[in-house]
Design a binder for this molecule. Sequence first.
Ligand code: ATP
Ligand code: MG
Ligand code: MG
Length: 349
Amino acid sequence: GSTIGILGGGQLGRMMAMCAAQLGYTCIGYAPEGDNVSAPVSSDFFTSRWDDTAALAAFAARCDAITWEFENVPLETLDALPEAMVHPPRRGLETAQDRLKEKRFVEDLGGRTAPYMAVDDASDLERAIERIGTPGILKTCREGYDGKGQWRIASARDAEAVVLPGMPTVYEGFVTFAAEFSVILVRGQDGEIAFWDSTRNEHEDGILARSVLPAGAEVEAQVEEARALARQVADALRYVGVLTLEFFATADGPVFNEMAPRVHNSGHWTIEGAATSQFENHIRAVAGLPLGDTRTIAPRIEMANIIGKDATRAQDYLADPAAHLHLYGKRQVREGRKMGHVTRLPGEG
Ligand code: ATP
Ligand code: MG
Ligand code: MG
């Protein structure tokens, strides 16, 4: 088959579709109303609700394989699609959609997490703070991204002022870390796994600002252990496609933060910086093709996100011969919104 359906209309789907086109595939998108920036690079785009079973059936009829670029696709949407066509597996989405589920899943496999407790009401929060202490972070179990749906709690007094969001949350102790990094892997339909190098990820205001290679000694010393855990997670889920696990490098070793059942912002550098990008390998895995070489092909790489109003000055990067500019074509600039990114391979300049 040669048509791949992509659930979600964001920049991850846009970059996926651009890679798929290079391999001769046609992509069709599906997402509810919105600024669907993958639509212009797709051969067709279904704009319909996640629970529109008739539209989903029409979409599936056009596809040979289906994947997602958005981790909050409802499970009911997957259930309306032919299971054998969908990669990664439903269980990957189900596990990674819920912070409590993913933490328990990773702990069962022997991974380390921040101390945490489920919080459904004010008395839970009080108990969580008694047991875990402050500082800490309260996070919604579902639907958070870029630090949205999170409240930092510096002291027990702070906690009294917190208005719970009316949905399940988890309270986590604040982790002291030397650096943050992610493990990005791809698993093929035959179970083969390949890893990209781990970047050092720097966040600002809860949003990824930069990913850099080399990642530095603190990260490099912990990548092997983190990869072993990521491999166990991928195998246990019988995962197919790109999977990302975020870690804190701490004095006690790698501490798992969260996972994403998809290509990841901290892997955008792989477009120019790796022999095969995360987007291409995701498409290869979903289409049942052999995986490509994941090796890094430059000594130094820096990916920086272009966020909010910074997009107005993005074209300045065009003057830099080491810079590869990506703009997502979003119609609306909003504070904290990811508008594009630039990958610099300084050796090139
Ligand atoms: P993403 O866009 O990566 O999905 P998210 O909204 O799911 O983000 P997290 O990854 O949970 O958010 O947190 C965002 C950032 O906040 C982390 O990368 C880290 O810098 C910081 N952070 C989150 N949890 C903790 C913690 N328990 N201890 C220390 N820092 C934390
Ligand atoms: Mg997240
Ligand atoms: Mg995160």
